[in-house]
Write a new protein. Structure first.
Lengths: 435, 424
């Protein structure tokens, strides 16, 4: 078992014989216990080579999310969500681009609840009838995303950067794509992606490491191949696909999201979870600091835009990177979004030319590091962070060093490297012009 | 977690709560004054103006930079209603000194900074900055006006307003629109001085620290606060307004709503200072505060009579509220089903399993309280007002002891006082 330390917490990592990764972070003083059981199977996994077959298989968009819904249904009749709730847990599940997770937190009866979680994730019960019924329920959920301007803004943006990549597909699919889903397709995906070697269990909170490991060994099925699944995420290239997408919706102010495509991650994340990806982490932290220095709430630029009435709230700023894509994004609302974008771009060029202010750099670094520390106050915060980093091939505990090591020069280099005008794109949601 | 309470004098209390659970430490304060119709709006404006600048940090940006230098410490100041009291609240949450990258004394700085914000405001010609006061007046006016935005919360506010026409508890928690134009920087500064001179002040430090160091610093920083007041700082539970309601009052408002908002208010008729509180908690969990509750499972899930439904117990006033978002044309039916669930509680139509599920839910909830510093501190403040000294484990033990008969007895005491409906 491998151990890692960070901020007085210890992470225990073990790969079981069946290939399942187990991550346990015991936090003695808290009351809560939080467990996540997740599979490396998300909405972007629409094409893969099934075990024992030679050809790649294409499955309907929205399959991962559909399966997430269906796993709560149990042959014994009682819905697994209700069952866990009755035992005192707060259970939940979600599907992201690259993984599906089942989780709960509780203060008492951890063992029984955890067993129940492992049981339902490993025992799908799919029938023609219950799959048909689910299509109506998910259809309504999809309708909600269509009306959500923030979601549409985001998809416009990733479409600009990644036109033919699977990340441009809606996580839940469309009413049309899910109409093709059958129990057979679901079982096929289940057998390929829900095998132990493609999954991880992460437990955080007031638990005993040895007890949890034994509990997992007793309750997780031993079988399953260790083969890596061959996946296809769709066409990929270094350039962007288009520089602008506009859409009209019922909103009061135009909203916009713009940012830059980055190709850094390709080679770096291949080597596995146990490795410390120092360069990736430093680059990540450097870019997060850069974003704050460009348009964060403490910048002169933001103060100007705010006092001129061009923006009314802080920018949403993020650097996102996963196994197969990476980009920065800035989002906000404005009556004159073109002016705002131009001012941000000017600021980037200014920083490229003259570098960053040392005092501001130090302060921003402290704030970001402080935010990282604060997330350890909450077991669910820790678990969420660890799981999402895990699927990038990154260990959350390695970030502390990156925060300590990052310096002004790294930030300046990251700015020059990342913010390439030819890799920039923008998505805009405009208010409907009345006919 | 251990709480120590030290009295500096008759109106100044220092609370320390030691725990190694968190990566952050919390410094907080509550200034408690009697809730008063004529002063509630002014008192709400005070923390908003104090937030704008101090003598040493005259602008919001200066304060914000100071917080950023402390690794992004989180700071806020606000006002809230706690039963018959109004509480002006201030807090700074900062990472523990051991995680500072350059050995900064963050907790010590936070205590000083909290004091600075509370007691050393930016002054112009001996009074508050006129611009700050005017800007915050405009903000507060918007805040009070926006009470109709959240229809569910608005329906609760309207219910309390109808139930308490004389008691200041019926006033909106941020105050009254008509007071705002009457305030200026001079009158507000006078009110501020009055509140600070008369209010009961509680300082909290929660987290990991050297007890003696923190006590020394707090005693040094806060001993200038003199006990000059003869105000009686006891917590009263006044229900005289309720006694004047004969039978059940019915109120119907019309608004631009998509869902109808229904609020039923019951007088629990229990002594808020007694352990009956725990019986009401179990009663409430079975009836409507949890996902396994009768209202949620039967009225929402089985009968589809409500989009949202829950019951809430207001411990400082011993009131139980049932709130529901319903389809307009189902008003009569929804009301009937809700009342049936309440009646079932009265007749003891609930199982031992319901009691167990409710207790499991509450035990989980109470334990979770201690996993968040802010919740821990507000819980302590709320308990202090009711003179309660139970620890979380003590509360749990009392929950476990509640019997089905005791729950039925609580059900018998519940008296419906108001049926409020917001529809169109």
């Amino acid at each position: 078992m491998l151990e890692k330390q960070c901020l007085n917490e210890t992470m225990h990592i073990e790969k079981l014989e069946n290939g399942l990764d187990v991550i346990i972070i015991p936090m003695k003083n808290v009351s809560r216990k939080y467990a996540t059981y997740a599979t490396h199977f998300g909405s972007i996994n629409y094409r893969f080579k099934p075990e024992g077959e030679d050809e790649m298989l294409t499955v309907p968009d929205g399959v991962a999310h559909f399966l997430e819904h269906k796993l709560f249904e149990q042959e014994e009749g009682e819905n697994a969500l209700d069952k866990l709730t009755k035992m005192g847990a707060n259970p939940n599940a979600y599907t992201s681009f690259n993984h599906t997770a089942y989780l709960f937190d509780t203060t008492d009866h951890f063992t029984e609840i955890f067993k129940a979680l492992m049981h339902f994730v490993q025992n799908p019960y799919l029938t023609e009838e219950n799959v048909e019924k689910e299509k109506g329920i998910i259809g309504q959920e999809i309708g909600m995303y269509d009306d959500d301007p923030d979601w549409q803004l985001f998809f416009g943006f990733v479409n600009c950067l990644y036109g033919k990549h699977a990340i441009t597909k809606d996580i839940a699919g469309t009413v049309e794509t899910i109409s093709h889903i059958t129990p057979d397709i679901l079982y096929k995906c289940y057998h390929n992606f829900y095998k132990p070697s493609n999954m991880v269990i992460c437990v955080v909170g007031n638990v005993n490491v040895e007890e949890v490991v034994n509990l997992i060994k007793e309750n997780v099925k031993p079988k399953g191949t260790l083969d890596k699944i061959e996946r296809d995420y769709g066409e990929e290239k270094e350039e962007i696909y288009q520089s602008k997408i506009e859409k009209e919706m019922e909103v009061s102010l135009p909203s916009f999201m713009f940012g830059y495509k980055d190709n850094f991650n390709r080679q770096m994340l291949e080597s596995g979870y146990e490795q410390e990806h120092k360069d990736v982490l430093q680059y990540d932290v450097a870019l997060q600091i850069a974003l704050e220095l460009i348009a964060g709430k403490s910048t002169k630029l933001f103060e100007e835009l705010y006092s001129e009435g061009l923006v009314t709230r802080e920018f949403g700023l993020s650097f996102t990177y996963e196994e197969d894509y990476a980009y920065t994004s800035f989002d906000n609302e404005s009556t004159d979004y073109q002016k705002v974008v131009q001012r941000v771009v000017d600021q980037i060029e200014e920083l490229k030319k003259h570098g960053v202010n040392q005092e501001e750099f130090e302060r921003t670094k402290k704030v970001l590091y402080g935010n990282f520390v604060k997330r350890f106050n909450d077991v669910s915060g820790v678990a969420t962070m660890v799981i999402s980093d895990y699927f990038k091939g990154i260990n959350t505990f390695d970030y502390v060093k990156a925060y300590e090591q990052v310096d002004q020069k790294m930030v300046e280099e990251a700015i020059r490297k990342h913010f390439d005008p030819s890799k920039m794109a923008i998505s805009v949601i405009k208010p409907k012009t009345s006919a | 977690m251990n709480e120590t309470i030290t009295k500096l004098n008759d109106r100044v209390y220092l609370h320390t709560m030691y725990t190694e659970k968190f990566k952050t430490n919390l410094v907080a304060s509550f200034v408690l004054v009697d809730l008063n119709k004529e002063e509630i709006t002014q008192n709400t404006l005070i923390p908003a103006v104090l937030k704008r600048g101090t003598n040493a940090h005259p602008t919001m940006r200066d304060i914000s930079n100071a917080m950023d230098d402390m690794y992004g410490a989180i700071f806020d100041a606000s006002s809230d209603k706690l039963g018959s009291k109004q509480a002006l609240q201030f807090y700074i949450s900062v990472i523990d000194d051991q995680y500072a990258l350059n050995q900064e004394k963050l907790l010590q700085k936070s205590i000083s900074l909290l004091k600075e914000i509370m007691f050393e405001p930016k002054l112009v010609n001996g009074t508050f900055d006129k611009d700050y006061v005017e800007q915050e007046k405009a903000q507060l006016l918007e805040l009070i006006k926006s009470k109709i935005n959240d229809k569910g919360a608005y329906a609760v506010f309207r219910s309390l307003e109808e139930l308490f026409p004389n008691d200041p508890y019926g006033v909106y928690k941020y105050g009254r629109e008509e007071d705002i134009s009457k305030m200026n920087e001079v009158s507000l500064y006078q009110q501020y001085q009055k509140v600070m001179a008369e209010g009961e002040i509680h300082f909290y430090v929660a987290g990991r620290f050297e007890e003696s160091e923190v006590m020394d610093q707090m005693t040094k920083e806060f001993s200038f606060i003199k006990d000059t007041s003869d105000a009686q700082n006891y917590f009263a539970v006044d229900k005289s307004d309720l006694a004047m309601i004969d039978g059940v009052k019915k109120v119907r408002d019309v608004g631009e709503v998509i869902q109808g908002k229904l609020v039923l208010t019951y007088d629990a008729k229990v002594d808020p200072f007694s352990d009956d509180l725990y019986k009401v908690y179990v009663y409430n969990a079975i009836l409507g505060s949890s996902a396994m509750s009768k209202l949620f499972q039967n009225v929402r899930e089985k009968k589809s009579m409500a989009y949202t439904i829950r019951s809430t117990y207001l411990k400082h006033k011993a009131l139980m509220l049932i709130t529901a978002g319903i389809e307009m044309d189902k008003y009569e039916k929804a009301l009937e089903y809700i009342k049936k669930e309440v009646q079932d509680m009265n007749e003891g139509n609930f199982s031992e399993e319901d009691v167990i599920n409710a207790k499991t839910f509450l035990v989980n909830l109470f334990r979770t309280y201690t996993d968040d510093e802010t919740t821990m501190v507000s819980l302590s403040m709320g308990q202090f007002l009711l003179g309660m000294e139970d620890s979380i484990e003590g509360m749990i033990a009392k929950i476990q002891k509640v019997t089905k008969d005791e729950i039925i007895q609580i059900a018998h005491q519940m008296e419906l006082k108001l049926e409020y409906y917001l529809g169109n």
